[in-house]
Design a protein around this ligand. Structure first.
Ligand SMILES: NC(=O)c1ccc[n+]([C@@H]2O[C@H](COP(=O)([O-])OP(=O)(O)OC[C@H]3O[C@@H](n4cnc5c(N)ncnc54)[C@H](O)[C@@H]3O)[C@@H](O)[C@H]2O)c1
Length: 442
């Protein structure tokens, strides 16, 4: 019998969600309904998946919670921040993701979740106009106010541990700037100097979380914790970080389908991905500067799966310079569809002697329905990682993320292939459970 070296999940786990929108309310409502036995947490790996541990005659298939000590749904307490003051019940109704019959049984619990005022800067999300905002004069004041929120929430709810999850809007693109984002002392100095150009509000949430001993998860494509200064803080406070951008609809399909092309050594000339989306996320992403953040994240998915540098015959044709396949991603705001996103992928592949073929994928998905289980798994698994003494970027969580974080300052490559990511996830669970990691197929 293997012995897990992870400390037990005693007491309550506070999950503080930044944003009280479609994803956040679908996640929270689903957990509250599931623990009453009124809904099933479909799509959640921590609730359904079982993996093999041991080999040969000793092999067994076990659920994650039987291998490692995971927090139980019953032990979760939710809180949130948002720029709009509506409570989680009102926000869930507004989001129109779930039917009222799936919200009303937990109405009382949802009404009790009232968003704390947000750390917000309209220049980062121009399309939003809420007034539930902290009156902070500087970025450093934002950090301090958020730290107080976390401490107060922890005390008020008698939580043993806290996880902070960003499920708020995508901010405008903040390119990594070595003079500010590489060293923690420079990042702190920029926060104190109120450098609004380089310090996004999301960085204040991340800093506050890590400083208060809470793991931080970035569910949007923001570069918030994808900078060496935050890795330094995570190392200092021994806290896990994970990001970025939940892998849900089109990118999930992409990271699962692209390996078919690469594994069979087929060629690719171009991959055109387009989407229509009508919720508030779609509205925010209709702003070019916000879309750019998403575009960078979505484009990165194929980078390490189909590599022109290794296979120039297969992946070195298609763009203007004929050095790389053509890859384009578009998101169009289309209100009639609300959260029910539709994506189309046109994939121009080629085979023997260069003969062309096409694959068309039309995915009629529900964005937040796919994101909610990813939120749950990321929260439970970062909490687990913290108790296992794992800190910094949790690469085993790449499975859940569109643009997985990696140490680019050392030339480390991200892992985008869904099946390799799954192996990393299973091995981390095995290791934390006291079993040997391995490379076998199942
Ligand atoms: N649904 C998916 O499949 C999916 C996949 C990947 C990433 N995401 C990302 O998840 C995020 C949430 O998506 P959604 O559909 O719930 O969007 P949403 O617009 O419904 O909700 C986002 C909420 O965040 C709030 N907000 C914005 N800035 C804030 C701040 N600084 N502090 C506190 N609250 C703030 C907004 O007021 C809004 O209520 C988006 O960034 C989206 O790109 C979603």
């Amino acid at each position: 019998m293997a012995i897990s070296n992870v400390s037990p999940a005693r007491g309550k786990l506070g999950i503080l969600v930044v944003g009280n929108g479609a994803v956040a309310t679908t996640f929270i409502t689903g957990v509250l309904m599931a623990r009453k036995g009124l809904a099933k947490p479909i799509g959640s790996m921590t609730q359904y998946d079982s993996i093999r541990v041991g080999r040969g005659d000793d092999k067994r298939y076990m659920h994650y919670a039987d291998i490692v000590p995971l927090a139980k749904l019953d032990d979760i307490v939710f809180g949130c921040w948002d720029v709009y003051p509506q409570n989680a019940y009102q926000a869930a109704i507004y989001a129109q993701v779930l039917n009222e019959r799936d919200i009303n049984p937990v109405r009382r619990e949802l009404e009790a979740i009232c968003p704390m005022p947000a750390a917000f800067d309209k220049n980062y999300v121009k399309r939003l106009d809420g007034d539930n905002v902290k009156p902070c004069a500087t970025r450093w004041e934002m950090v301090e106010a958020l730290r107080k929120d976390i401490r107060d929430f922890r005390t008020r709810n008698a939580c043993e541990r806290i996880v902070v999850l960003w499920a708020a809007s995508t901010e405008i693109y903040v390119p990594v700037d070595e003079s500010v984002h590489y060293r923690l002392c420079d990042l702190e100095a920029a926060m104190r100097a109120d450098d609004r150009k380089h310090i996004a509000p999301s960085m204040c949430y991340a800093y506050a979380a890590l400083a208060e001993g809470a793991p931080f998860i970035m569910g949007a494509p923001n570069t918030t914790v994808d900078i060496p200064a935050m890795w330094e803080l995570a190392q200092q406070t021994h806290m896990p970080i994970a990001g970025k951008d939940f892998k849900t609809g089109q990118t999930l399909v992409k990271s699962g389908f692209a390996p078919i092309i690469s594994t069979r050594c087929l060629g690719l000339n171009g991959w055109f991905s387009t989407n229509i989306l009508g919720n508030r996320d779609g509205l925010v992403l209709d702003e070019p500067e916000n879309f750019h953040t998403k575009e960078v994240s979505k484009l990165s998915t194929l980078e390490t799966i189909l590599r022109p540098d290794l296979q120039p015959d297969l992946y070195g044709h298609g763009n203007e310079d004929d050095t790389h396949f053509y890859h384009k991603v578009r998101i169009n705001y289309y209100p009639p569809r609300n959260d029910n996103k539709e994506s189309w992928d046109n994939i121009d592949i080629f085979g023997w002697m260069g003969y062309p073929m096409q694959v068309k994928i039309n995915f009629l998905c529900r964005d937040s329905i796919l994101a909610a289980p990813v939120c749950l798994d990321l929260c439970l698994l970062t909490d687990l990682a913290a108790r296992a003494g794992r800190y910094g970027t949790q690469r085993f969580l790449s499975f859940f993320l569109k643009s997985p974080m990696h140490d680019y300052t050392r030339g480390e490559q991200p892992v985008n292939n869904l099946y390799q990511q799954y192996t990393m996830l299973k091995n981390a669970i095995r290791e934390m459970g006291g079993y040997e990691p391995d490379e076998e197929m199942d």
